[in-house]
Design a protein around this ligand. Sequence first.
Ligand code: 6PG
Length: 243
Amino acid sequence: MAEAHVKVFKDLHELSTSAASSFVEIAKEAIRERGRFTVSLSGGNTPMKMYEILGEQFQDKLDWSKVHFFWGDERCVPADDPGNCYGQAKGAFLEKVMAPAENIHRVESELEPAEAARRYARTLEQYADSPLAWPRFDLVLLGMGDDGHTASLFPGSPVEVDSPTLPVVANYQDRPARRVTVTQNVFNDARNIYFLAVGKSKAETLRNVLNGEYLPGVYPAQRIRPSDGTVTWLVDEAAASLL
Ligand code: 6PG
C-alpha cells in the first residue's frame, strides 16, 4: 500500500484552490486515457470551498459531459435538505458546470437507509469497471471528523464488511443517523484518494491516524488503504500542527 502524501496549506482557501486544480488535472488525464472521469464526492463543510471554486473558475476548463459524479455517503433526508450531500454539491457547482443529469448518480436519500443502500450498490454496479462490481474511482474525496470517521464509517462500526454500501442507522455521538455509506471495499480500489481536513480540532486525530497504531475500529479513516492507488491528505497548518 502506498504511503500517504501530506500537503500542508496556509488556510482553507489555499487548500481548496489546490484541490480544485488537482481535481481537474486528474479528470483530464482520466478522460484522455479512458474516456470518462469517475469521482466520489464528500459531504461536510470542508470541500464546499473547493466545490465553489470548481463552479466559478473551471466551468469551461473541463469536458464536464465526461464526468460521472457519485457520493461516498449520504444522509437519508430530502435532496433539498441543507444536510444532503448531493444537494450541497448541486448548488455549489454541479448546476454551474452544467453536469448532465444522467451523469449525476446520487443516493436516493428519500428512501429508507437499507433500501437506499441496496439501490446504491446497484447504481455502482451499473457503472462498474469490470471485474469490479463498482467503478474503480479516478478520484475519491473524503473528509475526516474530529473522531476519525470518514464518509459515514464511524468509530465502533464493524471494520470487516463485505458489501459496497451499508445503511447507517446507529447514533454515533450526536450525529444525525439514517445514512448510507460507501465502504472501504469500494474506496480502496480507487486510483486517487484525497482527504481534506482543516482545523485544530482535527490535529490530534490526524496525528494518530497518520503516525499512530493501526486501529481501524477507533479511526475509520485508517480503513482507507488503496491497494493500487494514492492517498493524499490536504490539510491546513492548524490540522497539521501535531504532525
Ligand atoms: C459527511 C461526510 C463526513 C465529513 C466529516 C468531516 O457527509 O458529513 O461524509 O465524513 O467528511 O464529518 O466534516 P467537515 O468537513 O464538516 O469537518
